[in-house]
Design a protein around this ligand. Sequence first.
Ligand SMILES: Cc1cc2nc3c(=O)[nH]c(=O)nc-3n(C[C@H](O)[C@H](O)[C@H](O)COP(=O)(O)OP(=O)(O)OC[C@H]3O[C@@H](n4cnc5c(N)ncnc54)[C@H](O)[C@@H]3O)c2cc1C
Length: 322
Amino acid sequence: MSILIFLESSGDGLKRSSYEAITAARAVASGAPLIGITINATEAQIATAGAYGLSQCYNVTGAEWTSFKNSAVAAAVAEAATTCGATTVLFSANATGKDVAPRVAVRLQAGLLPDCTELHGTSTSLEATRPVYAGKASIRVKATTPTTVATLRPNVFTAREDGAVTVAVTTFAPTSSAGMRSTTVTGVSKNEGMLDVAEADVIVSGGRGLKGPENFHLVESLARSLGAAVGASRAVVDAGWRPHREQVGQTGKTVSPTMYIACGISGAVQHLAGMSTSKIIVAINKDKDAPIFKVADYGIVGDVLEVLPKLTQKISSVTGRS
Ligand SMILES: Cc1cc2nc3c(=O)[nH]c(=O)nc-3n(C[C@H](O)[C@H](O)[C@H](O)COP(=O)(O)OP(=O)(O)OC[C@H]3O[C@@H](n4cnc5c(N)ncnc54)[C@H](O)[C@@H]3O)c2cc1C
């Protein structure tokens, strides 16, 4: 009986969403060991998870794992889950987790609880709260299978350290070669220096109120002054003003940053579906009755084209970033 957590490495440590998943697991562990599984991570990266309560980690290594292969990773995670007798398998509900978790659930014949915002119960009887109807309601769900696979919405669970545990790292060599049937021929690399909305702590998003792509530099400047990522509504993505990777909402990315600043965005239900779990929402809109103000913690009624330069100037003078 244990909880297996899929961990992704990044820089010197792991992705923040991995620490969030370990913290969430701790709350429902009731004594069950927290075991990680990583793909080609370094010992130093894995060691950082000890501070969050991870006691053991399977590290899958080898040149064949350098490029990401969803089916192969799913086969490895499922095999690791069986090896350690996991009753709960956790992923972040990021792009990788959304891709791999359902495959693992099928392999384990386990129920899947996707995009959870709260975990309850214990590792042997896991329940979760998750948003439905584009975030208009939430439901409490439970799998009826012996093993449960769940994905956790990024940035909702706060990563908290819990003393220092030494992580016992085992090299894990999956016996099955299932899933190794494909290889990556071309890759898409991230734009250097640009934060991804799905991982950013602060997001400044622009909508049709910006009037045209030529005014988006105002959103970018505010984002730079805050060290934030730039997001966009679907209206401006469909109009070709911004790339799809920045779209927030039902058909874009789901985000839960510490602060979300919506500039010239009306607050249509499909947009709210992707950002309403943000911790602090700030809205700038010239229409005082715009629906975005219903979910906003702070609002500025005004013309974004006038408000943004002033706000950026003030914030830059405090943060020193411009
Ligand atoms: C199936 C489906 C899926 C969808 N998925 C998504 C999704 O993922 N993400 C998404 O965002 N949308 C999505 N939409 C579209 C959504 O319904 C809205 O059309 C879209 O969010 C509107 O974008 P907007 O707020 O930028 O534009 P608008 O609705 O046109 O709003 C512009 C806002 O800017 C304000 N404004 C205008 N000028 C200024 C100014 N000078 N200063 C300040 N404020 C100003 C206006 O008062 C208005 O509130 C989806 C729709 C459907 C049907």
